[in-house]
Design a protein around this ligand. Structure first.
Ligand code: PLP
Length: 411
């Protein structure tokens, strides 16, 4: 089939705007009339620096990131790399803050005994991150604030444990959650009430994984210590990861002190300080990936005068059309997550028509693929159907899928 015949619903890598890819393809051969492609220019060239600085400025503008207080870092090692980076850097920041407040080494040694990193687990990705904290620090230091499987009658992911049942640690190094669980289709409807900063500005250091919903709705950036996301869903192609980090959390204590305290030291490539000091060029970065992300931002900024709020309206509309089509046939489809936490990005459902769910889902996938609606198979760990309505999927694509959902139910 031709590219125009397909609406791709895969969860990541995801569909990209065709005009961005065309521009990038031309830039790979000859960037800006330099006679050399963008992936061939040195990462130390002015071209590379300009591409990085422009992408940072456009990201800050689109999401309203206060750049006096936050660094935007282009990193490598994916969202999974950030699971580790968060632990290393924020445990370092926790030590650094106590040291600056005058704690002696023996005070610190005592404090480390009760070090806790809080994790709210709502799906497979936050669970992986929670496990990484336990692996790096020792399980006793990773506190499971909530596990939504335990508060659910199904014993499966698909809801968010009510905040009244969260067991937050008062002096935690940070509190972590995943804003949109890609596999389970669970999205936080808004910033959690109990993590909001108090009137005096104090409050927990909040970390959010926004790999699969970034650039799709406004974010209260100032409520966060760290926001991170891999590029390969809404921001571009696989290969770069962005961390938006509050500047006061970046400096690290001397490695010798961390060793004395028995705490891990970040590998240099995962240390925010080394990346920030080098404007994301501590080592060779894929400038091609940053270029593509920059072009995605330029397209979003030119499409939506009101920036991410404009995209949010379209995202709500697309998800609304698809969920409504599913809801119209409750005897044929079962939406996986609870209504109040339904993801706008990853729409997960089962086809329960007839006695054999497996056969019904196979038929659904076969018929949808024949119509050019591809990539709808659910994640291998949970099965079912998943429609990832990322930013590049057009409204017309959502309408086409909704029409198919309706037709399949009636057939
Ligand atoms: N976090 C979320 C929410 C994801 O959806 C994914 C991947 O799909 C990851 C983290 C891991 O990303 P990566 O494959 O870049 O390590």
């Amino acid at each position: 089939p031709a590219r125009e015949d397909i609406t791709y619903w895969g969860a990541g890598p995801a569909l990209m705007p065709t005009d961005v890819l065309q521009k990038a393809a031309a830039a790979l051969i000859n960037y800006n009339d330099t006679g050399l492609g963008i992936a061939e220019h040195s990462h130390r060239s002015q071209h590379a620096t300009d591409i990085i600085n422009e992408a940072k400025a456009d990201l800050a503008s689109y999401l309203s990131v206060p750049t006096d207080k936050y660094e935007i870092l282009f990193m490598q090692a994916g969202g999974s790399g950030e699971f580790s980076a968060v632990v290393y850097n924020l445990v370092g920041a926790w030590v650094q803050k106590k040291k600056a407040a005058g704690a002696s080494d023996s005070d610190l040694q005592k404090a480390v005994l009760s070090l806790k990193c809080d994790y709210i687990v709502t799906g497979g990705w936050s669970e992986k991150s929670y496990k990484e904290a336990g692996r790096l620090l020792g399980e006793e230091h990773a506190n499971l604030v909530a596990d939504s499987r335990k508060s659910s009658s199904t014993g499966k992911f698909g809801s968010i444990t009510p905040e009244s049942d969260w067991s937050l640690t008062s002096e935690a190094a940070y509190v972590y959650y995943c804003d949109n669980e890609t596999v389970d289709g669970v999205e936080f409807p808004a910033f959690p009430e109990s993590l909001k900063p108090k009137a005096d500005g104090s409050g927990p250091i909040v970390v959010a994984d926004m790999s699969s919903n970034i650039l799709s709705r406004p974010i209260p950036v100032e409520n966060y210590g760290i926001i991170f996301f891999g590029a390969q869903k809404n921001f571009g192609i696989a290969g770069i990861t962005v961390a938006i980090v509050r500047k006061d959390l970046i400096p690290q204590p001397p490695p010798a002190l961390m060793r004395k305290l028995g705490l891990p030291i970040p590998p240099i490539m995962l240390q925010y300080d080394s990346i920030a000091k080098n404007n994301s060029l501590y080592n060779t970065l894929s400038i091609f990936d940053v270029y593509i992300a920059g072009q995605v931002l330029k397209k979003l900024l030119s499409t939506y005068p009101n920036k991410v709020a404009g995209q949010a309206e379209v995202s709500d509309k697309k998800a609304g059309i698809i969920y409504s089509a599913l809801e119209a046939h409750p005897d044929v489809y079962k939406i996986v997550p609870a209504q109040n936490v339904r993801s706008r990005m990853n729409i997960c459902f089962r086809v329960t028509k007839g006695a054999d769910v497996d056969a019904a889902e196979k038929a659904f996938l076969k018929e949808s693929t024949a119509l050019g609606l591809t990539g709808l198979k659910g994640h291998r760990s949970v099965g079912g159907i998943r429609a990832s309505a990322y930013n590049s999927v057009p409204l017309a694509g959502a309408e086409k899928l909704a029409a198919f959902i309706n037709d399949f139910a009636k057939s």
